[in-house]
Write a protein that binds this ligand. Structure first.
Ligand code: ATP
Length: 141
């Protein structure tokens, strides 16, 4: 079976971490950011890095985004760009869409427009740390 192909949109701390981890695990990763400098920063780590505004449907089509198995949207502060990007990706038929949310309301909107999984990095990591702290293997922390 062919290896899954991933695209990650938004090379902030979260997106670049996801993209480089997937790449280190041996997967093909397309990294996208509207900021040329951000794409250059990850160009040597991922399979392809391109600069594009993902609120532009034609730009996403041109990248063949619907051929990727999983797309991660890691645009944070610009909630409008995050929502528009998610909507377009859904319309284009991306099979699995994972989107980072800035807050609860943002997360709700993302779920309603079809995100398959919504991630709250700070909240989710806080939960993990708390669970880890009360686990019997606390000395491993
Ligand atoms: P983190 O906490 O993960 O560092 P953040 O929540 O602060 O990220 P931003 O820095 O606002 O998120 O966005 C992440 C990246 O998304 C930025 O590098 C930004 O250039 C990119 N980005 C924002 N809007 C778009 C867009 N329309 N198309 C493509 N990339 C975009």
């Amino acid at each position: 079976m062919a290896k899954k192909q991933f695209a990650v949109i938004g090379m902030g701390r979260f997106g670049s971490s996801v993209a480089s981890a997937l790449s280190n695990l041996g997967f093909e990763v397309l990294a996208i950011d509207s900021d040329e400098q951000k794409t250059q920063d990850v160009a040597s780590i991922v399979t392809h890095a391109v600069s594009a505004d993902t609120t532009d449907e034609d730009a996403l089509r041109a990248l063949g985004i619907r051929n990727f198995d999983v797309v991660v949207v890691a645009i944070g502060a610009d909630i409008q760009a995050s929502i528009l990007t998610t909507l377009i990706l859904k319309d284009l038929g991306v099979p699995k869409l994972i989107v980072k949310a800035q807050n609860e309301l943002h997360g709700k909107v993302l779920s309603k427009i079809g995100a398959d999984k919504v991630i709250f990095p700070e909240r989710d990591m806080g939960l993990r740390v708390a669970h880890h702290l009360i686990s019997p293997n606390i000395l491993d922390f």
